[in-house]
Design a protein. Structure first.
Length: 145
């Protein structure tokens, strides 16, 4: 038996295994290549948060709720509810400031803005063009932005 015959025999023996491996692994390779190719294509930029219109509407609603609570709530419930509403106002105000590129202090996780910081941030947002209600009693001296 010559070396050429041994080569032919090895090729005949290995060919079915190579064909089977190609049938089994080709879809995986194709999926990996297509993912890698899709990853190279630049994606369009996505917004960081909700639309500014929704942020403004939420801020207006929360500020009205805060004003109603300061005028009418029972003393025992007032502190807890006001704290929760002020935390929500602060969170939305920070998101709006980020969306409008208004400079602000970013509170740490589980930290709230103080009333003075919140007042300054609401004034800065109003100056940046965000439509907020005029009376926000505890956050401004005269109750107006």
């Amino acid at each position: 038996m010559s070396l050429l015959d041994v080569g032919k025999l090895a090729l005949i023996t290995v060919t079915p295994t190579l064909i089977g491996a190609a049938v089994v692994y080709t879809p995986r390779w194709w999926a990996a290549l297509s993912q890698a190719w899709a990853g190279r294509i630049a994606e369009e930029p996505r917004p960081l948060g909700p639309p500014i219109e929704q942020l403004a509407a939420d801020l207006r609603r929360l500020l009205r709720l805060h004003e109603e609570l300061t005028r009418s709530a029972h003393v025992a419930m007032l502190a807890h509810r006001l704290w929760a509403v002020e935390a929500a106002i602060g969170a939305r105000a920070v998101e709006a400031a980020r969306a409008l590129d208004v400079p602000h202090r970013r509170p740490e996780q589980f930290e709230m803005l103080t009333r003075a910081e919140l007042r300054q941030l609401l004034h800065a947002l109003a100056q940046a063009g965000l439509a907020l209600p005029a009376p926000v009693a505890p956050f401004t001296k005269s109750g107006r932005l």
